[in-house]
Design a protein around this ligand. Structure first.
Ligand SMILES: [Mg+2]
Length: 166
């Protein structure tokens, strides 16, 4: 894969809740590995909302196994995962793919049937492609009060537009 392509997601959605829960199974995905912050929840939400839990349940009902991967701390990830009980990887070091690969090995996940769901090109999408799996991008839920993140989102939007993805 060319380096530029490494940053481009395979699928783009505005919001996690707009993804039909059957989308993953319909596209040959058996393992969905999701980012947490700004993908499933804001930084301020310690636990998943009812709607996100219902959506994750619905994805699971299609036969897809879900796991969580986050660069955030073990305590943040453990608390968020409390009501979910998924396999997790915290302090994942995305965009480096070592810990994602280890998580996949633990799950027995075939790269062909695995995707990473996240909100950032330079961490989530790049990490997914380095591990040889598909990347699904959603808009960041909330970047207010995070100037560095907002700047990055502007650069990301430019890359997506240039490649006809936005
Ligand atoms: Mg994120």
């Amino acid at each position: 894969m060319k380096s530029k392509k490494m940053l481009l997601p395979d699928h783009i959605f505005e919001d996690v809740l707009r993804i039909d829960p059957a989308f993953f199974a319909d596209n040959g995905i058996r393992y969905l590995i999701s980012d947490i912050d700004n993908t499933l929840a804001t930084y301020a939400e310690a636990v998943p909302s009812e709607r996100i839990r219902a959506w994750l349940d619905a994805v699971g009902e299609t036969g897809v196994s879900v796991a969580l991967i986050s660069n955030n701390s073990a305590s943040r990830v453990a608390r968020f995962n409390g009501p979910l009980g998924f396999p997790v990887c915290s302090r994942a070091g995305k965009p480096f793919a070592g810990r994602l690969r280890r998580l996949m090995a633990g799950l027995g996940a075939d790269p062909e049937q695995t995707c990473l769901l996240g909100d950032q090109l330079f961490t989530d999408v790049l990490c997914a492609h380095r591990a040889g799996i598909r990347a699904v991008l959603v808009d960041s839920i909330d970047v207010a009060g995070r100037p560095f993140l907002r700047m990055r989102k502007r650069i990301e939007a430019r890359i997506l537009r240039k490649n006809g993805l936005k």
